[in-house]
Design a protein around this ligand. Sequence first.
Ligand code: DLZ
Ligand code: SF4
Length: 507
Amino acid sequence: TPTLRLILGDQLSLANPVLASADAKRDWILLAEVAEEASYVPHNRHKIVLIFSAMRHFAAKLREQGFKVIYRSFDEAVPSLYAAVEEGLKESAAEAVLATAPGEHRLLVEMQSWESKFAVPVLIQEDDRFLASRDYFESWASGRKQFRMEYFYREMRRKYGLLLDKDGEPEGGKWNYDADNRGGWRGQVEVPDRPMVALDEITQDVIALVNQSFASNPGDLSQFRMAVTSEDAQAQFDWFCAHALENFGNYQDALAEESPWMFHGLISMYLNIGLLEPLPVCQQVESAWREGNCSLAAAEGFIRQVLGWREYVRGIYWHAMPEYAQRNTFDAKRKLPQWFWSGDTDMRCLSQALGQSLELGYAHHIQRLMVIGNFALLAGLDVAEVCEWYLAVYVDAFEWVELPNTLGMALHGDQGLMASKPYAASGKYIQRQGNHCKACRYDPKQTTGEGACPYNSLYWHFIDRHQDYLTKNARMGLIVGGWKKRDVADRKAIVDWGDQILATVLD
Ligand code: DLZ
Ligand code: SF4
């Protein structure tokens, strides 16, 4: 039957299963820039430009390949994907709709209601661009009380034969070189300049459109530099393998004043919208190691993120949704301070992480987890509000990946389903990982008094107010035990100072 095949803005891959069975003469492909998807959160302008421009480039590629494409651009004011499909059915006279399952639960529920509204069958296929299917994850998860990435990751290494020796054992004798991925930043090596991607006419048009139509969203588009085609994304990735991968291992967890990018891959957004595929990037990094171009720790650290962590968080998302989004272990309800939307705080580490997130739509994982997320955890910021902030500001954020990372990993909102302990840390950690403290008006060595690093008192405030929960955790229990042995007056002074920080800094 003539079929209308829907491709969403984060499914821009020739490997998209709706294309596999398509007949170019008979079927129609539909892509639509629609208000509903563009505004369910105040997306960073970089994210909207990336998606719209990549959609337009992908539509052109499909046309070149002989497909009949229906494309709705944002100016045509189509309100929703539902409306776009309705129009597409009229225009094409197709007798069925085929879609690849979306990455977000809210949209899956919406799409599942379409069949009862349209007069034609609506089929939703599994998204097989992931390396662990939903069934595979479920069978791994069944019977486990806690999910630990490490065990899932080992199975995935075996399943895909990555970094294994002749006997099928992990290269180097260890599965995980995380201990070699934690170097702090003191400017030890030069950070290479990232090549800019040239902006073609399509992207320039989209930038003008987004600046005009999304004037109050975050994002400085004069700094837009992302690839919008799979060829350019591959070229960016090749650059990473040649110039940054070697140092990626050592400085994966480093925080630097002088660079928002450091040695990171900057490919999560390309993977998440379909411009790159996960298995080939892992294989390319493995080859780089086999050819002697990077250390095993660098290659393993990279592959762990893509093959392990990325697939694992997606598994958790579909396993635990929709109930997962409501979880809030510590009943954290404090309103997000206004400066989360401006970056205007005198905590240097935080202002840099927030500032670049808003301006560029990018921050690396330690900024997201240990600077912004850790602050939100310690201060007890509202879990749902923090999650929405992450979903809005990052170019690579779709709920399947954002929610477990924020709610579960950063905020420990899921009572430890995915992380063995809360990722709470004081200013000491941030000082060790980088050079922000030197440029900060606060002192990471002080806990109370004018000029004391707010992370310090907030850390103990967090330990103190959640001691009943935390003592049940083996690793946190030791910290709570140590805290309780301290002098009562000392403890009170620290908690009081924390209260004052919460009352002033968070205003
Ligand atoms: C994020 C996004 C944006 C900003 N705009 C569109 C759009 O106009 N059309 C579209 O098909 N997809 C868009 N997306 C991506 C969707 O929100 C994404 O497919 C769902 O959130 C599921 O992951
Ligand atoms: Fe961040 Fe505290 Fe260091 Fe300032 S002193 S940069 S607030 S950790």
